[in-house]
Design a protein around this ligand. Structure first.
Ligand code: NAP
Ligand code: F7E
Length: 356
């Protein structure tokens, strides 16, 4: 590889990790191709604006021919597979689609690399997840789940990801392919989709403090997650792919916090001491089965790769809320801007009556 410019193909380029990784690879002088789906993807313009160096290729994880074409066109040294139906709640309502995209899509991509004769030349990263551990809480080691822990997925998403994980390992063992799986715990940040609970809360806290929103509807608040910062994790993903052997690695912070903890930290940052008056329970946002507690143990990645997360929970919340305040301020009148700079806020209620 010395002196030769490397090429990467990133699926899920419109998503959180796809965007961060594309930037990281570009900064390392990779040529970056991104797979984008649909004849009119509403997020294409965002990618073209924010990541102008990415060469977009049309393709869908459920369409094997399009994946063969994308692999042939890009001829990648490294493929990063982020494409998925990634929302756990959504997967309960769309279990078949989830299996097609999140599960079988992995097989389609592996076959595209193999059938184009690149099995021994192209490294592949598979985005596995802590949702494969799932629950029951009683089975979680005190130090958190690690690479040796058993799996007990609790959603169609978790089950589809487990298929993707095992088929990736199977192709590694059967065909000697360089395929590594990152078993990543929740990671969040400024690019996080607003359908996930952290970004939904950080944006709501910002909007409430600016008088743009009355409150927020949420599901259950007791579950705990091991929340890290997406840019730390994307750096870890690249390190996993540079390791001399294909392998599986857990990336996590080793700290779990409840959704209530996230609410407290986010609302405190905009000067609201008690979040409770602003939060309404919506049973429609609960899931048929819940994962109560996820804590990860990343000591293998720390020992073998030298990976360390840099951003902790408080800093993560601070970064997200600060970003959303800056983004939402454009929609607020001039009188609100002084209030959010300060430490205490009296949100103006009733400006935007609809709850998101
Ligand atoms: P994300 O923001 O939800 O992005 C998912 C991406 O998949 C989007 O670009 C989406 O494109 C694309 N996609 C969906 N269906 C597709 C299809 N049929 N064909 C091609 N592309 C399709 O997810 P993320 O947070 O960046 O996560 C990246 C990967 O890591 C995912 O596989 C996720 O399951 C996994 N993971 C995430 C976390 C986390 O905490 N973020 C933790 C562990 C594992 P559209 O924009 O067109 O919908
Ligand atoms: O939910 C609860 C919800 O959707 C976290 C994905 O990136 O990480 C993510 O999956 C918790 C759950 O993330 C709302 O019931 C309450 O207990 O933000 P989430 P997730 O399900 O942990 C894993 C590692 C992935 O791999 C996934 O791709 O929050 N919750 N009220 C809510 N969740 C949402 N989304 N919206 C609510 O209103």
């Amino acid at each position: 590889m010395d002196g030769v410019r490397r090429t990467a193909l990133v699926t899920g380029i419109t998503g959180q990790d796809g965007g961060h990784l594309a930037q990281l690879l570009h900064d390392k002088d990779y040529r970056v191709f991104g797979l984008i789906r649909g004849q009119h993807n509403p997020r294409r313009e965002e990618v073209e604006r924010d990541l102008p160096f990415v060469e977009l290729l049309e393709g869908d994880m459920t369409d094997p021919t399009s994946l063969v074409r994308a692999v042939e066109t890009s001829s990648p040294d490294e493929v990063y597979n982020f494409a998925a139906i990634s929302h756990v709640g959504y997967s309960f309502n769309h279990p078949t689609l989830t299996m097609e995209v999140t599960g079988k899509g992995v097989l389609n991509l592996l076959e595209a690399v193999r059938l184009t004769g690149r099995a021994q030349r192209t490294k592949i990263y598979q985005a596995s997840t802590s949702e494969m551990f799932g629950g029951l809480d009683t089975t979680m080691p005190g130090t958190g789940y690690n690479e040796e822990s058993g799996f007990h997925p609790r959603s169609p998403y978790g089950v589809a990801k487990l298929y993707g994980h095992w088929i990736a390992k199977n192709y590694r063992e059967s065909y000697g392919m360089f395929i590594s799986c990152g078993v990543l715990f929740n990671h969040e940040g400024e690019r996080r989709g607003t359908e996930f609970v952290t970004r939904k809360i950080s944006r709501a806290a910002a909007r409430i403090s600016l008088g743009l929103q009355d409150g927020i509807k949420l599901g259950v608040l007791w579950p705990k997650r091991d929340w890290g910062y997406a840019q730390d994790y994307v750096r870890g993903i690249w390190m996993i792919m540079q390791h001399d052997e294909p392998d599986d690695f857990v990336l996590a912070t080793g700290e779990a916090h409840s959704i209530e903890d996230f609410l407290s930290a986010a609302f405190a940052q905009v000067g609201i001491a008690d979040w409770r008056p602003y939060v309404e329970f919506d049973p429609a946002l609960t899931r048929a089965a819940e994962v109560d507690n996820l804590l990860g143990d990343a000591s293998k990645a720390e020992r073998v790769l030298g990976w360390r997360r840099e951003v902790g929970f408080d800093e993560l919340v601070r970064l997200m809320v600060a970003h959303d305040l800056a983004e939402q301020r454009q929609y607020a009148g001039p009188s609100t801007s002084a209030a959010v700079e300060g430490s205490s806020v009296t949100p103006s209620r009733g400006t935007v009556p609809e709850l998101p």
